[in-house]
Design a protein around this ligand. Structure first.
Ligand SMILES: [Fe+2]
Length: 404
C-alpha cells in the first residue's frame, strides 16, 4: 500500500507540469443581450451555413431555443434539430445524433442545454466530423483534432461543460460512464445568456448549482491550484453562496441571480479543467453510473462529508473559503468547520437530502475501487488519501441513509 502510494504520488508530481503546459483553449464568450444576433454574425463571418442544433426534447420547446431557431431560419441558415439527448446521454442515442448530423452535412454545432446535451453534442461533433465511433474515443487524448466549429449555450449553471475538455456518455448495458477527455473538446464559443436559464426548475437549479460549487471547492483544494485558479474559485464560491439560493427561490424572475450563477459555473468549469477535481467527483461518478443519481445531486450529498475528511489536512484552505463567504471564527479550525456547516446549510436550504437511499452494501467495495482508481489515475491531486480501501468503504457506507 505504501509503495503504491509513493508511485501514485510520483505520477501526480510528474503530471503537475504536464497539466500546466498542456495547451487548453478558452472559449470566446458571448453574453446577453442579443446573443442570437451575435451568434448569427459570427456564423456569417466564418462562412458557416448548416448548423446542427443539438438539445433535449424539453429545451427544444422553450421560448429562448425557439427564438434562436427562428432567427437562424430567418437569416437564411439551413438548420437541423436533433432534440433527443437524454440525461446522462447514452451511446446509442449519440450514434443516432451522429448519423443525423452527418446526413445533414453540418458545418457547425450549436449545443443548447444542460451538461448532458453539451456533452452529447461534443461527442456527436467529434465523431461526425472525424468519422469515429463513440466507443473509440472514450478515454483520454484519443482525438487530437478538433471537430467542426462548436457553440455551447448552457441552460443550467452547473457542469461548466461550455468551457471544459470533458464529455461523458453512458453505456447503460454495462452501467458505466464513459468519459472522453481531450483539449479538442473545449467549445469554440460559450454563450452565457440568462434567457436560456430562466425556465430551469428549482430542483435542477439547486443540484446543478451545487455541481458548480463542488467544482470550485475541489479545484481550490487541488494540489494543482494556482494563484489564478485560487482567486477565480474563491469568487465563484462567494457568488454561488450569494446567488444560488436566490436562483432557487425565484429563478424565473431573478435575472441577476441567473447571470451570476452562469458566470460562476463557467469560471469553475475553467478552473477545474486546469486543476482537476477530487474525491467528491470520483465517488459521485460511480454512484451515478450504478444507480442513475444525477451528477449534481450526488456531488451535493457527498461534498460536506469529503470536506470533513479533509479537515485534518486542509483547515487553512477551508478557512479561506469560509472568509470568502463572509464567515468569521476565532481559529482556522473553527473557520474551516464553519465553512463545512455553511455547505450543509446551503444544501438543506436547497432541499437536498443529507444521505443517499440507494447505495447497496454489496456495491461498496466496487464504488471504493472505482473512486480510488479515478483519483489515482486521472489523477485528481487531492489533499488527503484514505489509508486503506477498507477505510474508504466505511466512509462511503456513512453516505447511505440507514447508516446515519
Ligand atoms: Fe461536476
Amino acid at each position: 500500500m505504501v509503495m503504491t502510494r509513493i508511485l501514485y504520488n510520483l505520477y501526480k508530481a510528474v503530471m503537475k507540469p504536464v497539466s500546466r503546459l498542456m495547451p487548453i483553449s478558452t472559449p470566446q464568450v458571448i453574453s446577453a443581450p442579443n446573443s442570437s444576433r451575435q451568434i448569427i454574425s459570427l456564423l456569417q463571418e466564418k462562412k458557416l451555413s448548416r448548423p446542427a442544433l443539438i438539445t433535449d426534447s424539453f429545451v427544444a420547446t422553450t421560448p429562448a431555443f425557439q427564438q434562436l431557431h427562428a432567427e437562424l431560419i430567418a437569416a437564411g441558415f439551413n438548420t437541423i434539430i436533433f432534440d433527443q439527448i437524454e440525461p446522462d446521454p447514452n451511446i446509442e442515442r449519440i450514434k443516432k445524433g451522429i448519423a443525423i448530423t452527418k446526413a445533414h452535412g453540418f458545418d457547425v454545432v450549436i449545443a443548447v442545454g444542460g451538461g448532458s446535451s453539451i456533452d452529447g453534442a461534443k461527442i456527436i461533433n467529434a465523431c461526425a466530423t472525424l468519422h469515429k465511433r463513440p466507443e473509440a474515443i472514450a478515454g483520454t487524448l484519443k482525438l487530437r483534432r478538433r471537430g467542426n466549429f462548436f457553440i455551447a449555450i448552457p441552460t443550467t449553471a452547473g457542469t461548466g461543460s461550455e468551457t471544459t475538455l470533458v464529455a461523458v456518455m453512458t453505456n447503460p448495458a454495462k452501467k458505466a460512464k464513459l468519459p472522453v477527455v481531450d483539449p479538442s473538446l473545449v467549445p469554440n464559443v460559450a454563450v452565457l445568456d440568462e434567457a436560456y436559464m430562466m425556465d430551469l426548475p428549482p430542483q435542477i437549479t439547486a443540484t446543478t448549482g451545487m455541481d458548480a460549487l463542488t467544482h470550485a471547492v475541489e479545484s481550490y483544494l487541488s494540489e494543482y491550484s494556482t494563484a489564478k485558479t485560487d482567486s477565480m474559485n474563491l469568487e465563484s464560491i462567494r457568488r454561488i453562496f450569494t446567488y444560488l439560493p436566490r436562483a432557487f427561490e425565484d429563478g424565473t424572475h431573478d435575472v441577476e441571480a441567473r447571470q451570476q450563477m452562469s458566470r460562476a459555473s463557467f469560471d469553475a468549469g475553467w478552473t477545474f479543467t486546469r486543476t482537476s477535481v477530487g474525491w467528491v467527483h470520483a465517488i459521485a461518478h460511480k454512484i451515478g453510473g450504478l444507480y442513475g443519481v444525477p451528477h449534481g445531486l450526488a456531488n451535493a450529498i457527498i461534498l460536506p462529508y469529503v470536506l470533513e475528511f479533509y479537515l485534518e489536512t486542509s483547515a487553512p484552505r477551508l478557512a479561506k473559503m469560509a472568509a470568502a463567504v463572509g464567515l468569521d471564527a476565532a481559529s482556522e479550525t473553527k473557520a474551516a468547520q464553519a465553512f463545512i456547516h455553511a455547505v450543509k446549510d446551503l444544501a438543506r436550504q436547497l432541499e437536498i437530502p443529507s444521505h443517499f437511499d440507494c447505495i447497496k452494501t454489496e456495491d461498496l467495495a466496487a464504488i471504493a475501487k472505482a473512486a480510488t482508481r479515478e483519483v489515482n489515475l486521472t489523477p485528481h491531486p487531492v489533499p488527503r488519501y484514505f489509508a486503506t480501501e477498507r477505510e474508504l468503504v466505511s466512509f462511503i457506507n456513512t453516505l447511505q441513509e440507514n447508516t446515519a
